[in-house]
Design a protein around this ligand. Structure first.
Ligand code: MEV
Length: 438
């Protein structure tokens, strides 16, 4: 069967659904009705979501949960998290409560610089290009003024532009490497617009530069784009307490727990196989808040993982130590986030999430997000080095299995109680449901 189509984007939403379901589904009617079931009855709200992207056929729901009791720099937050993984919000809430009683999280924004580059080819003498760059640098900034005026009024804008010679890596390859301060905006549009303007100025001015030969005048722009690697947009989050305060359980030695915890972090520092999973756990917390607050989690993921490899080997984002009987656990990560622009004023649930957080600035949000990551890693390492991860995971997974079997509320209550003292596996749950229903 020929499954291609021309002009799909021009079809109405109903026509798109019609074509998709008729072409790809055995039971087109059921597929159609499922897609429509996820539409919002409020037509305006539905249209808003339809217009976020192209070719929308329905909405794709993720749960929005809240992890309360996060004490960050003496202020208490309830953190919104959008995520499908069953144990993440519970783990965050537990870690929040644990550290609430031990002074909470301390955070600090270290730097807020964003980066963008114009990549171009120049065939000629690099010393002449350097001379040219010196002459036109003020013009690059001047010509971008219509774009930067408002940002400058608020205290942001272009911080610097440098010329980088990359001809050792690729013949004739140079770049304008620009740094920006974008305040409460993530800044992608602002940065990309500035970069495209720089590229324009670069090309134009080269035509007029008398020292250039005709070949040198012909600068070829390859592309102008921000970098999602932001090693100078850094935030630090930390917790610490006396080692003896680390456990509430008299059967677990606090010293032993602290030592094992630090060893687990050390392992992730030197072993990439472990580091990837360790950092994945951190991103469970980070992505959930980034998503709930309407930020770009792909950008954050790409930047964070690049940062985790900055020393040539992929490594742990978190660190831990015991010194003078004090346990300290911390993380520094790059986070380019915004609390204005993008989806922030558009998506009703993003607006709600930001209000829940007290309308944070981008800097405050960086600190909240970093804390969510650190808390998540603390919770994961605490389980891994004590009970093992499956105990907690399977408890949460229990609900997913019960839902798969369309368990009623009474069945859920009975089985959740039963599994407080029995091991959860897929087969034990299925067996218990079957037994209950006999
Ligand atoms: C699961 O989503 C995340 C963990 O694997 C993280 C870790 O191993 O540290 C539990």
């Amino acid at each position: 069967m020929n499954k291609t189509i021309t002009g799909f984007s021009k079809l109405s939403k109903s026509e798109k659904i019609e074509w998709i379901t008729d072409t790809y589904f055995k039971d087109a009617l059921s597929a159609k009705s499922l897609l429509k079931q996820y539409w919002n009855d409020d037509k305006k709200l539905q249209q808003l979501h339809d217009e976020f992207i192209e070719n929308t056929i329905t909405n794709y729901y993720l749960p929005l949960g809240v992890a309360p009791n996060f004490l960050i720099n003496k202020k208490v937050y309830a953190i919104p998290m959008a995520i499908e993984e069953s144990s993440v919000v519970a783990a965050a809430s537990k870690a929040a409560k644990f550290w609430f009683d031990r002074g909470g999280f301390k955070t600090k924004v270290i730097s807020t610089e964003k980066i963008g580059q114009v990549h171009f080819m120049f065939q000629g003498e690099s010393t002449k290009l350097e001379q040219f760059f010196k002459v036109i640098k003020p013009k690059l900034i001047e010509n971008a003024k219509p774009l930067t005026k408002n940002m400058e009024k608020r205290g942001g804008g272009i911080l610097d532009i440098q010329l980088n010679n990359k001809t050792q890596d690729i013949d004739n390859y140079y770049q304008l490497h620009a740094t920006f301060e974008t305040l409460d905006a993530m800044g992608a549009n602002f940065i990309n617009s500035c970069l495209e303007q720089f590229a324009e100025t670069l090309k134009e001015e080269a035509q007029n530069f008398e020292l250039f030969s005709s070949e040198e005048k012909n600068i070829q722009i390859i592309m102008s784009i921000l970098s999602n690697y932001v090693p100078n947009c850094l935030v630090r989050a930390e917790v610490s307490c006396k080692v003896e305060e680390l456990t509430e359980n008299p059967n677990v030695s606090a010293q032993e727990f602290a030592r094992k915890f630090v060893q687990a972090v050390n392992i992730a520092e030197i072993e990439p196989y472990r580091a990837v999973t360790h950092n994945k756990g951190i991103m469970n917390g980070i992505d959930a808040v980034v998503l709930a607050t309407g930020n770009d989690f792909r950008a954050v993921e790409a930047g964070v993982h690049a940062y985790a490899s900055r020393n040539g080997q992929y490594s742990s984002l978190t660190h831990a130590k015991i010194e003078d009987d004090i346990f300290t656990f911390w993380m520094e990560i790059p986070l380019a986030l915004g609390t204005v622009g993008g989806l922030t004023k558009l998506h009703p649930l993003v607006k709600l999430a930001l209000e829940l957080l007290g309308e944070p600035s981008a800097k405050e949000l960086m600190q909240i997000v970093a804390v969510a990551g650190l808390a998540q890693n603390f919770a994961a390492l605490r389980s891994l080095t004590t009970t093992g991860i499956q105990e907690g995971h399977m408890k949460m997974h229990l609900m997913n299995i019960l839902n798969q079997f369309e368990a009623t509320s009474e069945e859920k209550t009975t089985l959740v109680n039963y599994f407080k003292t029995h091991t959860v596996t897929h087969s034990t749950v299925v067996e218990a449901i079957e037994k209950l229903r006999q």
